[in-house]
Design a protein around this ligand. Structure first.
Ligand code: SF4
Ligand code: SF4
Length: 445
């Protein structure tokens, strides 16, 4: 069956008897559901260490992995991947992130809705009061609610950088002197001012994402477009009144303020639906491309519409696989071992030869561990590392020197190759190929 073409035309018979237009998604409801999901994710993420920094403990948690800040390579790789995903989503879906998932937009909208809800309630219950008194009460209630919400949100925000239990302890002791206390107070104040004064103005004045999107989009990027080839607009301006950003989408689909929320699509469809017509505003692939709802192939509906998108998708999968491999190859217990060659060897009174090594152990996990060491390939060789196995608490780092000793043996050379094994019980033992230096005159004794 042929794919239906874009339809800007009204149904054959217009007017009240034309029957209801075909069912379509209600973007307001979809958006509110996504907002709720994103809010819950935002609140819960720091408690499950899915993605957060722990600055006091110098950790970065990502997808269940606990990384030391010193593991800069993997952290950089993970953050770059997140950036890459945002860029790819901008190429394919335009500013959908702004309208559906951006915390600034979600909380700005919630603040606007709360303010108007309080106004309605105060007007309803105190109708006999003079208007200035009602306004004062409504404003006071609104500020009180936003104040409490700001404390809660700043707590969650700071939990992305400090362990939540530690933060609760600081809050309980009304800590306002340490860096954590000062940051909490500053973030609360900024959040309060943002949700009472700035709100969506942030998106058009401060946030660079809209400008970035202008550079990333192409002819197939998702847009909100107004199409009225048959001059059916009844000039009700409901689309303008309902627009969160206060713009008129009929002027252009490329306005920097448009966050692709789709509220105007619902508005127009609701109004014209009462006349038995389809709305004039749609999500479309590019300015002249198909209306999203009329796409039939699932991959085209998802935005995979040209070779550029296929390549971008493949690169994303490749990047994701690389990140997964890097994370899965990483060991929770870091063991670094190297010889100390400030002196080549030490000779004991009984003729035993000693070589010094340095070992660095770091437990990057959340539970205690121990590391066992043993040698191979060095006759009569032994380690002086005590205790054995070496205990290592969660988060602990040990940096110490130890000696490997060996009696001169038959076939010994000035430089003798041997191996040190380190086992944490986590995976296969780590193997370090080392050399043991012996005095020349002691050879083959
Ligand atoms: S809601 Fe639709 S009909 Fe009303 S002004 Fe906007 S585009 Fe025109
Ligand atoms: S023009 Fe439409 S899609 Fe754009 S911000 Fe306004 S309501 Fe949302």
């Amino acid at each position: 069956m042929a794919t239906p073409e874009i339809s800007n035309k009204p149904p054959k018979s217009c007017g009240h008897n034309a029957g209801p237009p075909p069912p379509r998604p209600h973007y307001h409801r979809v958006r509110k559901l996504v907002h709720l999901t994103c809010f819950l994710i935002f609140v819960l993420l720091p408690f499950f260490n899915v993605m957060r920094f722990d600055i006091p403990r110098q950790r970065f948690y990502f997808a269940g992995y606990e990384l030391l800040i010193s593991e800069f390579g993997i952290i950089f790789f993970a953050l770059m991947f997140l950036m890459f995903v945002i860029v790819v989503s901008s190429v394919v879906y335009g500013r959908i992130y702004c309208g559906y998932m951006c915390p600034q937009m979600i909380f700005s909208e919630a603040s606007l809705e709360t303010e108007s809800w309080i106004k309605r309630k105060v007007t309803k219950h105190f109708i006999k009061w003079p208007a200035p008194r009602r306004n004062l009460l409504a404003r006071g209630l609104f500020y009180a609610i936003v104040g409490v919400a700001s404390v809660f949100l700043s707590f969650i925000f700071i939990s992305y950088f400090v362990t939540p239990s530690d933060l609760i302890r600081r809050l309980a002791s009304l800590d306002m002197h340490t860096a954590g206390g000062i940051s909490g107070a500053v973030v609360t104040l900024i959040t309060f001012l943002d949700f009472t004064l700035l709100r969506q103005r942030f998106c058009t004045t401060v946030c660079p994402y809209g400008y970035l999107q202008g550079m990333l989009g192409d002819g197939n990027t998702l847009l909100v477009t107004y199409r009225d080839e048959n001059h059916e607009c009844i000039e009700c301006k409901k689309c303008v009144r309902d627009c969160l950003m206060g713009i008129d989408i009929r002027k252009s689909p490329y306005q920097i303020e448009c966050v692709h929320c789709g509220e105007c699509i619902d508005s127009c469809a609701d109004i014209l639906g009462k006349l038995g017509k389809e709305g004039l505003i749609h999500y479309t692939w590019g300015e002249t491309g198909k209306v999203v709802e009329t796409e039939t192939a699932w991959y085209r509906k998802l935005g995979i519409r040209d070779s550029k998108r296929v390549v971008v998708l493949l690169v994303t999968l490749f990047y994701l696989s690389g990140l997964y491999v890097a994370l899965s190859m990483r060991r929770t217990i870091l063991v670094q071992l190297q010889p100390v060659r400030t002196s080549m060897f030490r000779l004991g009174d009984d003729g035993t030869v000693y070589n010094t090594f340095r070992v660095k152990l770091a437990n990057r996990g959340s539970s205690d561990a121990s590391v066992s060491f043993w040698l191979e390939g060095l006759p009569s060789g032994s380690l002086t590392l005590q205790p054995s196995p070496v205990p290592l608490k969660a988060g602990e780092t040990i940096d110490r020197q130890f000696e490997v000793s060996a009696r001169p043996f038959t076939g010994a050379n000035e430089v003798n190759r041997f191996r040190i094994f380190a086992s944490t019980g986590e995976k296969d033992p780590e193997v370090f190929d080392e050399t043991f230096l012996m005095p020349q005159e002691k050879k083959s004794k």
